[in-house]
Design a protein around this ligand. Structure first.
Ligand code: PLP
Length: 253
């Protein structure tokens, strides 16, 4: 039996407590917010150990949903897939792409991921859709929105997000499950929150549009180690956590 390196289970428990506190402070049910493990730079063994610990904690809390992991790079997603395949096949794990995705990597991503959170162009969505239709499968996707307007960040502009999401939702082979953003990097909490609120309004607008395929678009993937309380306060249903679980990453990446 692999044992998690000392620290990871305790860190996971602390994150769950942080999320639960933030949810209760916002008058929300803590179970509405899932923790996605952002596993970039971690080796496959560490990821399996963290997922195992997360499943145990969830089971203790009576939560039998699969654990979510997210990868930023196609190369890492593919490299870790064999170690995670058993958990995915058993329905215990969902592996999401959370980094920028190029169209020419679509086949590689589809071989290893159960979801893509970073759809930001119709061309990318069409490439994913075409491949899924050919394979006879359905892929969960989110539209990534650049709520902060920072040029370094991927994502569709907020003003264009509703139109893109509506188009994506209508494509065969894709199931639009929600929206994803990376928050503004700033100490100005009000500004960070405003970005998260913007994503929520995009979701609400799309969800209430009645357009084909939009009914399932409920998720808000927003908030990381440094800003998850603000995201939960604004309605996050998935927070993506790396540093708080695995420690600081090497500065080179
Ligand atoms: C790395 C990463 C995270 C997690 O960030 P931490 O600050 O380490 O919690 C979340 N989302 C994305 C897209 C990331 O690349």
């Amino acid at each position: 039996m692999p044992t998690a390196p000392p620290g990871i289970p305790a860190r996971l428990a602390a994150i769950r407590a942080r999320v639960a506190d933030a949810a209760r402070a916002a008058g929300r049910d803590p179970r509405e917010v899932r923790v996605l493990l952002a596993t970039k730079t971690q080796d496959p063994g560490t990821v399996v150990e963290a997922v195992t610990a997360a499943l145990e904690l969830a089971a203790e809390a009576g939560d039998d949903r699969p654990v979510l992991v997210g990868e930023n790079r196609v190369q890492e997603l593919v490299a870790k897939a064999p170690a995670l395949a058993g958990l995915v096949a058993a329905g215990r794990l969902e592996a999401h792409m959370i980094g920028h995705l190029q169209r020419n990597k679509v086949n590689q991503v589809l071989a290893s991921a159960t979801g893509v959170q970073t759809v930001d162009t119709l061309a990318l969505a069409e490439a994913l859709s075409g491949r899924c239709v050919r394979d006879g499968r359905t892929l969960d996707v989110m539209v990534q929105v650049n709520v902060s307007g920072e040029e370094s960040k991927s994502g569709v502009a907020p003003d264009e997000a509703v139109a893109l999401a509506t188009d994506v939702a209508a494509l065969p082979g894709l199931r639009l499950v929600g929206f994803m953003t990376i928050g503004l990097r700033s100490d100005d909490e009000a500004a960070v929150r405003a970005g998260f609120a913007r994503l929520r309004r995009v979701r609400d607008e799309v969800g209430s549009s009645g357009a084909p395929g939009t009914a399932a678009a409920r998720e808000l993937s927003m908030g990381m180690t440094g800003d998850l309380e603000l995201a939960v306060a604004e309605g996050a249903t998935v927070v993506r956590v790396g540093t708080a679980v695995f420690g600081e990453r090497p500065v080179t990446r």
